[in-house]
Ligand binder design. Structure first.
Ligand code: ADP
Ligand code: MG
Length: 236
């Protein structure tokens, strides 16, 4: 049967090589995510959340186990195919907004298109359209230091969207933002999810996780909960 999952990992292990020997971080993780899902990943610091996200984003490879992205085994992809998948299928949003300080916001948003064969004028017009979408069209020509942290994260989301990804991977995207601004960013993710984009988002905060439809909890490199977010406390 055809696998319709966007993400399917099974028996995933990851160890880092350290001077003291292999250090196991992910231990037999199984997870399938269907198109259109909005999944929050929670868990204590050091439980392997970022390691897992990096593997989902094809930025790192598992030590063992299977990962299929949009039905295709990642381990069987060539370097070029991987780069294509990273560039075209997945949009990344990180805690630090990682905007380049000396170029305009529209140029920042257009950056992921530099490696596609899109001409410069079209790159910038697509970037401006994405800035409009996140409510920052009027700042297209400004430098990053002219806007607030919350606005910078909106720009980072616009940059993640410019390749029209099916999947957004966000690792603590509101970690540097106050709660009001965090709510605005989550409203934007909810809009994107309503448009059909699959979202996987790591957060420490129950109030943020509540925006997702499904909650996955990690502890010590294993999934210890996968389901709804009923019972999620305000302060854990
Ligand atoms: P989380 O995002 O849940 O805080 P991480 O995936 O960042 O957890 O880290 C899980 C564990 O792996 C931590 O103990 C961390 O110190 C360790 N770790 C992360 N990256 C590396 C690395 N490149 N080399 C060695 N250990 C690492
Ligand atoms: Mg992390």
């Amino acid at each position: 049967m055809q696998d319709s999952s966007v993400i399917r990992v099974s028996g995933l292990f990851k160890s880092y090589d350290t001077p003291a020997g292999p250090f196991p971080v992910l231990k037999e993780v199984d997870l399938a995510i269907a198109p259109g899902e909005f999944v929050a990943i929670m868990g204590p610091s050091g439980s392997g959340k970022s390691t897992f996200m990096n593997i989902l984003g094809c930025l790192d490879r598992p030590t063992a186990g299977e990962y299929a992205l949009a039905g295709r085994a990642v381990s069987a992809m060539s370097k070029d195919e991987l780069a294509g998948v990273r560039g075209g299928l997945i949009g990344f949003v990180f805690q630090g907004f990682n905007l380049l300080p000396r170029i305009s916001l529209e140029e920042n948003v257009a950056l992921p298109l530099v490696y596609s064969h899109v001409p410069k004028e079209e790159r910038l017009s697509r970037a401006r359209a994405m800035l409009e979408k996140v409510g920052l069209g009027r700042y297209a020509a400004s430098l990053p230091n002219r806007i607030s942290g919350g606005q910078q994260q909106r720009v980072a989301i616009a940059r993640a969207l410019v390749n029209k990804p099916q999947l957004i991977l966000a690792d603590e995207p509101t970690g540097n933002l106050d709660s009001q601004t965090s709510e605005e960013i989550m409203a934007l993710f909810e809009d994107l999810n309503r448009e059909g984009i699959t979202i996987v988002l790591v957060t420490h905060e129950p109030d943020i996780a509540r925006h997702a439809k499904r909650l996955v909890r990690f502890r010590d490199g294993r999934i210890i909960h996968d389901g709804g977010h009923e019972g999620l406390e305000h302060h854990e």
